[in-house]
Write a protein that binds this ligand. Structure first.
Ligand SMILES: Cc1cc2nc3c(=O)[nH]c(=O)nc-3n(C[C@H](O)[C@H](O)[C@H](O)COP(=O)(O)OP(=O)(O)OC[C@H]3O[C@@H](n4cnc5c(N)ncnc54)[C@H](O)[C@@H]3O)c2cc1C
Length: 379
């Protein structure tokens, strides 16, 4: 089956929104007033998330009856592209806005929709992703976290790992085994778990740059009430597949090194760039533009009600490999030893990029796994 990409242009309305976000950021979060993040790797700031929500920029693709703005995935693309380019502290609402609200909207009960989605759209509730385990990453169906039926709910035992932001967010949507089945893709379910529940222990896993992003989440006899089962019991595998379409095809997979390049140019302002740097930047701009077009096309497909799993996987793979190539190309252009303590923002960003870059093709699905998803989609 051919992939469904179509050439897209932004409309006048979409461009006006882009300008509005740029002006908001320059006013509310002026350059120099904060340490910018690398794309979606940025700090959590509940206050900033709420201010964005008050502007109507959280829950943009969510129906109005649940506190959203019904403007669609492309409008959301435009807003988050500007936030990511600016390195704004969006981590608190990031996962909830990108995928958790969509999962609840698609599979949740009416009661769950009323309880969680308006709070997400208000920038109040933050979510993490509870998929990976010590022995289950790419091979996700191998997860061992188990929920056993008890009176009024489920008793959960197991360990999740690499859980980004769990020490700061409020809930996660967790994939776990609720029954044994001949096909191990069956018998999995999604539960909404309050990260402050008794029996949930969150242990930091330091990242290479010394920062605290990752966690191990250990669940010991955690009670999850019946009304927090998402969708159908035993259908968690299919539901998770749908969630990953939202996770993979967006601008967050493309923009991690944006500020690095911007700061490189700022440091060279007023001096000629030279032939090598000009050629490198020309190459980067051309590739960036093509992948960005594909990412917007994925979001147009989502707006048309399609589930572009293969297209999202393709964009994620191309975009994250591009991100790593850009970091390496910039590193080759300068003769500095990158340091996290440098007084130069460019050098700090370079140091963080070199340390974080290898993770770009792992988080959200590895290159090898994505190639498999794309090839299945082409059959
Ligand atoms: C920055 C970051 C943030 C993350 N955040 C979260 C999070 O919030 N929540 C969460 O649940 N998880 C998170 N993860 C985990 C991430 O989803 C997994 O690391 C990823 O899915 C790979 O799983 P793994 O680490 O177990 O590696 P493995 O699956 O063990 O893979 C190891 C290597 O083997 C290759 N491989 C595996 N299977 C195959 C195959 N069939 N064919 C060919 N090659 C194969 C892989 O491509 C990889 O190179 C995060 C990871 C990173 C790096």
């Amino acid at each position: 089956m051919p992939l469904g990409f179509e050439l897209v242009e932004l409309t006048a309305d979409e461009r006006a929104l882009q300008q509005e976000v740029r002006e908001f950021l320059a006013r509310e979060l002026p350059r120099g007033s904060f340490e910018p993040g690398l794309g979606m790797d940025n700090p959590s700031d509940r206050g900033f998330s709420k201010r964005l929500a008050q502007r109507g920029w959280v829950g943009m693709a969510i129906p109005k009856r649940y506190g959203g703005h019904e403007r669609g995935a492309v409008y959301r693309f435009i807003v988050v592209e500007e936030l990511l380019r600016w390195g704004a502290p969006i981590h608190h609402h990031w996962t909830a806005d990108r995928q958790s609200a969509q999962v609840i909207l698609k599979f949740g009960t009416e009661e769950q929709k009323q309880r969680f989605i308006p709070a997400i759209c208000a920038g109040e509730l933050g979510f993490s992703i509870g998929l990976s385990e010590p022995d289950a990453g790419s091979d996700l169906a191998a997860i061992k976290t188990r929920a056993v039926k008890v009176d009024g709910g489920w008793q959960v035992n197991g360990t999740k790992v690499w859980t980004t932001g769990a020490h700061e967010t409020d809930w996660f949507i967790m994939l776990c085994r609720t029954s044994d089945a001949e096909d191990r893709h069956d018998g999995l379910s999604q539960l909404l778990v309050d990260l402050h529940s008794p029996g949930v222990q969150i242990n930091a896993i330091p990242f290479l740059d010394g920062g605290h992003h990752f966690n191990e989440v250990v669940l010991t006899d955690v009670f999850v009430p019946d009304d927090l089962l998402v969708g159908e019991e035993g259908r968690g595998w299919l539901q998770t597949g749908s969630e990953l379409s939202f996770e993979r095809g967006g601008p967050d997979r493309l923009l991690s090194p944006w500020l690095l390049v911007e700061e490189f140019l700022r440091e060279h302002e007023g001096t000629p760039l030279g032939e090598r740097a000009t050629a490198t930047l020309g190459w980067a701009v051309a590739r960036f533009w093509g992948i960005r077009q594909l990412s917007i096309a994925v979001n147009r497909m989502i707006d048309q009600g399609r589930a572009p799993a293969a297209e999202s996987a393709l964009v994620k793979d191309m975009a994250t490999r591009f991100e790593q190539d850009v970091i390496e190309a910039v590193r080759q252009l300068v003769e500095v030893s990158p340091s996290l303590e440098s007084g130069s923002l460019f050098e700090r960003l370079l140091a963080r990029s070199v340390l974080a870059g290898p993770s770009y093709t792992i988080r959200g699905g590895t290159t090898e796994v994505l190639v498999g998803v794309v090839s299945k989609g082409l059959r």
